[in-house]
Write a protein that binds this ligand. Structure first.
Ligand SMILES: [Zn+2]
Length: 709
């Protein structure tokens, strides 16, 4: 097979062009050279080794640490007609022998293998008898002992280089940091391999961090307004909260399941399996969930608790939108989050140096939350990446955050802490500042205090925002031994003395937020009159996937389905042009999806004669004039226009010149008919004693049908 990479990309994978550095990496391997690839999740890493494996003689060997991921990739390749298999602990002896036979007969293009298997003498002996196209080391950061995904077996992978010095190797990871990168190079002997470093931006993810008020209510509103019927992940810090949140979502009619380390293995893998297989399941999880999840159509990741670091935030939010379609990373964040995480760090058993490092990481995360400029720019800057312009796809870009001079109120808050003896939590302090005469305040005689009632101009919400920002900036510390008591730090002195100005973020009140209503983050354009077809396409995909027991996205991903929805191909030639439809899938599935589309189009297209009448009407001709001009009865033209109304091509008020209350009366009459009669106009005609013609009634009904479709 002497095809070019671009030809294989089209024929096998169904894509027209490469993304980012894919083509350069492929050329490097085709030239027999090694490569180190750092690409963000969803950047198309796997094509970098899959295509050279198809071109170079022999089999491409892929080392992958996660069994679930391995099986997923192999199923996806089989769908494409690529001869792929995996070797891992889930196989029986017979299955292993069968795969070994295929290898010896040079019948495989790609073999996925677990790292521990690679180090056995049997495997190496086998490899020495077969032709190998390349070695791909996926999730290469597992070789790093500093990272949290360390796998001891990865340390043995240097033997690939020693035993097979002439076979090109490619190491791939989505992990960003420099230290891990150096360790990969060192441990895998990749000193001479060029580094292919892609930016870490995930432009299709919209970052939003909202102020926490009633987090659950905010979550449900976010999901119902923007992600009804979508797959998503909700992260919580504790197992208890995971269980409670999942149950709460279910009680609100959302298909949600829990996932955490406290569940039995069986239940965990059942929930993970369902998440992969179903289109519209929300998984509520601790951070235990995610590794090995390669579901491309996760439309949102929501955080109900603050992640411990920017790295964790980036990694967790990165599980959204791997298919490149719009996705949301949404988080609710408040003062309590800061207190909880600081407390967890303070209570941990780690040594002081480690604690300090973790504190710094948390501070960086807090700074991201309190950002008043583009969040994406800040996020990328953290990873040493650079974005020239504000992104226009994060909350701070879409809705400008104002800042205000908070020096005076900060002084008030700080002296209130001081004057009440640094012995109280935030709720009490706000009551003192706002001059509330509670029993406790009177008991402590704090109503006689100079700071009592000096802060009436701010409401509780605003004060809470001020305290949150003081804590986030470490101007105030939280004493965990004493029930979250706030105390002053050295850093606050310049502000108390009036030597330093303090600018604060003006939080946007959720009910005032325009972002929600903009709906710009609606994932896929499948609303309106297309939603019926979208559901029909999804149902077909699901039916095919269920029959083969594979996840639906392996049949066609959402992007491909959306392209079908938008272009409505009418034959195989047109279907072949759609991105993600390669030769094999065209052969296997095109006809089934074409049938769904043609059924829909048959029901919904309007004939040329209807279009002609509607076009004349839009040009300003009256119904009477059109009837004359075309030699039809007026009733026929009404019929044409009603069909156009049903498709939303015309507006009722333009067609039917009746006052609104009369239209309303007709609509009510139609709607009050028994269901089985709702297509009959005669009862309505008679109800109004023939006052409205059948033509008019038909148009009102058509418009109703469009509105309720
Ligand atoms: Zn931005």
């Amino acid at each position: 097979m002497n095809k070019k990479p671009i030809e294989i990309l089209k024929a096998v994978f169904g894509y027209d062009r490469f993304r980012g550095q894919q083509e350069d990496v492929i050329e490097q391997l085709l030239a027999g050279q090694d490569a180190l690839v750092l690409m963000p999740t969803g950047g198309g890493k796997s094509l970098c080794y899959q295509i050279p494996s198809l071109i170079r003689p022999g089999v491409g060997i892929v080392i992958s640490p996660l069994i679930a991921l391995m099986q997923d990739q192999v199923s996806a390749l089989l769908q494409l007609g690529v001869k792929a298999a995996f070797l891992n602990s889930t196989l029986s002896q017979d299955e292993v022998r069968s795969i070994e036979r295929q290898l010896l007969n040079n019948e495989l293009d790609l073999l996925y293998i677990a790292p521990e298997r690679l180090t056995s003498g049997r495997t190496i002996a086998l490899f020495q008898r077969i032709q190998i196209a390349l070695f791909a080391i996926d999730e290469a950061h597992c070789v790093s002992q500093w990272g949290h995904d360390f796998r001891a077996d990865y340390l043995q992978l240097s033997l690939l280089h020693e035993q097979f010095p002439t076979i090109p190797r490619i190491a791939l990871t989505a992990t960003a940091d420099e230290k891990t990168r150096q360790e990969i190079i060192l441990r895998l002997n990749l000193e001479h391999a060029p580094l292919f470093l892609s930016g870490f931006d995930r432009p299709n993810i919209r970052y939003r961090i909202v102020q926490k008020q009633n987090a659950r209510e905010q979550l449900i509103e976010f999901i119902t307004a923007e992600h009804a019927g979508d797959a998503g992940i909700v992260y919580c810090l504790s197992r208890k909260k995971v269980d409670e949140t999942a149950e709460w979502l279910r009680s609100k009619g959302i298909n949600a399941l829990a996932y955490h380390a406290g569940m039995t293995n069986d239940l965990r893998s059942l929930h993970q399996h369902r998440f992969l297989m179903e289109d519209s399941l929300v998984i509520v999880a601790t951070i235990a969930f995610g590794m090995g999840i390669d579901k491309p159509n996760v439309r949102f990741v929501a955080h109900l608790d603050l992640p411990k670091s920017v790295e964790a935030y980036y990694q967790e939010t990165g599980r959204a939108g791997r298919d490149g379609l719009p996705a949301n990373a949404w988080m609710a964040y408040g003062l309590q989050d800061v207190i909880t995480l600081r407390r967890m760090l303070a209570d941990s058993n780690a040594d002081e140096a480690h604690k300090r490092l973790e504190m710094h990481k948390l501070d960086a995360m807090l700074a991201l939350c309190e950002q008043v400029h583009c969040r994406r720019q800040a996020l990328l800057r953290y990873f040493g990446d650079h974005l020239e312009q504000p992104c226009n796809n994060c909350d701070t870009c879409l809705e400008t955050v104002e800042t205000w001079d908070g020096t005076l109120v900060a002084q008030q808050a700080l002296s209130c802490i001081y004057r009440t003896g640094q012995r109280f939590g935030v709720g009490y302090l706000i009551d003192v500042l706002r001059g509330k005469l509670t029993e406790r305040i009177i008991g402590f005689a704090h109503d006689k205090q100079s700071t009592f009632g000096i802060g009436k101009e701010l409401d509780e919400q605003q004060w809470s925002s001020v305290f949150r920002q003081l804590v986030a900036r470490s101007l105030v510390s939280v004493n965990f031994d004493h029930f979250g008591v706030l105390q002053l730090t050295d850093a606050c002195r310049p502000i108390l003395r009036g030597e330093q100005q303090l600018m604060l973020r003006k939080d946007i009140k959720p009910e005032k937020s325009r972002l929600r209503k903009k709906g710009a983050s609606k994932s896929v354009s499948r609303g309106g009159s297309n939603s019926e077809l979208w559901e029909a396409l999804r149902a077909k995909r699901r039916e095919i996937a269920d029959a083969q027991d594979v996840p639906p996205y392996i049949i066609f991903n959402d992007a491909t389905l959306t392209a079908m929805l938008e272009t409505k191909p009418a034959n195989r030639q047109q279907m072949a042009l759609i991105s993600g439809v390669g030769e094999q899938k065209l052969k296997l599935y095109a006809d089934q999806f074409l049938a769904v589309i043609s059924d829909y189009v048959g029901e919904h297209t309007i004939s040329d004669t209807v279009t002609e009448s509607a076009d004349l009407f839009k040009l300003g001709f009256t119904i009477q004039q059109i009837a004359q001009k075309r030699g039809y009865k007026e009733e026929t033209i009404y019929n044409h226009l009603s069909q156009a109304l049903e498709q939303g091509l015309l507006v009722l008020r333009d067609v039917v010149e009746l006052p609104d209350p009369e239209i309303k009366r007709i609509e009510e009459a139609i709607l009050s008919l028994p269901v089985e009669q709702q297509n009959a106009l005669k009862p309505v005609y008679e109800l109004f004693d023939g006052q409205y013609s059948y033509g008019v009634l038909r148009c009102v009904r058509a418009s109703l049908q469009y509105q309720t479709a």
